[in-house]
Design a protein around this ligand. Structure first.
Ligand code: SF4
Length: 264
């Protein structure tokens, strides 16, 4: 098959995917890429404000003048993320997952000054091998979801609540979350996203400190640190339940509106 026909095939596949999501048109308007400020409390949650996530524990790296509100440049944010990654170390042994078959710590990837941060649960098998979040089939679907709101994967920052693969892809346990989540919270404070997407029940419930089902959490935004947090379904769930793509698209339209300053 020629390159041209390959390209047409990829285009058809993309259009089919967007059609399944309910996308009926595409905007070339670049205005949404600007960064209008979103005032704290501007997000309408439709529910009582939820408590802020727990603060970092004593083991979290103190990054002078960068984890506060003095971040000025993408380079400083990249340096701060690198310092935190070095602090965690390539063979972290702070929780029991280090001895339960994980191959490596999966830190985070993407734009260190991203407006949008996407957070999943934990690395899976592909991520454990490659050391990068969301690189398997679910990751490919996530890339399409990101592109559906006119962003590139490189525009966003992607991480997980915990950084090592639980055995058999079981849910992370409370002691593992308590140990590892503070590192994620510091990543969030360094990147300073305006919008956070929590993928799936585990990430949404952990970050919002609630046991409300994802089906009730999704569809709205919540104040979270200095950002608006939008829960939605995990791409791995969408692979099993493609009928949920339309609801995910509704959530992503909310994300796009928040990024554009068009939603409150
Ligand atoms: S999950 Fe987090 S705290 Fe536990 S070993 Fe991995 S990096 Fe360290």
């Amino acid at each position: 098959m020629s390159d041209a026909s390959d390209g047409r095939g990829q285009l058809r596949a993309h259009l089919q995917f967007y059609g399944e999501l309910g996308v009926t048109g595409f905007s070339r308007d670049p205005r949404w890429r600007r960064r209008p400020p979103v005032a704290p409390g501007q997000v309408e949650t439709g529910a009582a404000p939820l408590p802020m996530a727990a603060s970092a524990d004593d083991d979290v790296l103190r990054v002078p003048d960068v984890a506060e509100d003095s971040l000025r440049s993408q380079a400083e944010q990249a340096d701060a993320l690198a310092s935190l990654q070095a602090h965690i170390g390539p063979s972290c042994q702070r929780c029991k997952l280090c001895a339960l078959g994980r191959q490596q710590v999966v830190y985070g990837v993407g734009n260190p000054a991203a407006d949008l941060m996407i957070i999943g649960e934990a690395p899976g098998a592909d991520e454990d091998v490659q050391g990068i979040p969301f690189v398997g089939r679910a990751g490919q679907l996530l890339t399409k979801i990101i592109e559906a709101i006119d962003l590139r994967r490189d525009d966003v920052y992607i991480a997980n609540v915990i950084k090592c693969r639980p055995p058999g892809n079981r849910n992370p346990e409370p002691d593992e979350v308590a140990t590892c989540e503070p590192f994620l919270l510091q990543q969030i404070d360094i990147v300073q996203p305006r919008v956070v997407v929590a993928l799936g029940k585990f990430a949404a419930q952990t970050l919002l400190q609630t046991d409300t089902p994802i089906t009730r959490l999704r569809g709205q935004a919540y104040p979270f640190r200095d950002a608006a947090l939008v829960p939605t379904f995990h791409p791995a769930y969408l692979l099993r339940s493609p009928d949920k793509k339309r609801e995910t698209w509704e959530d992503m339209k909310l994300v796009r509106a928040l990024l554009r300053g068009e939603a409150r």
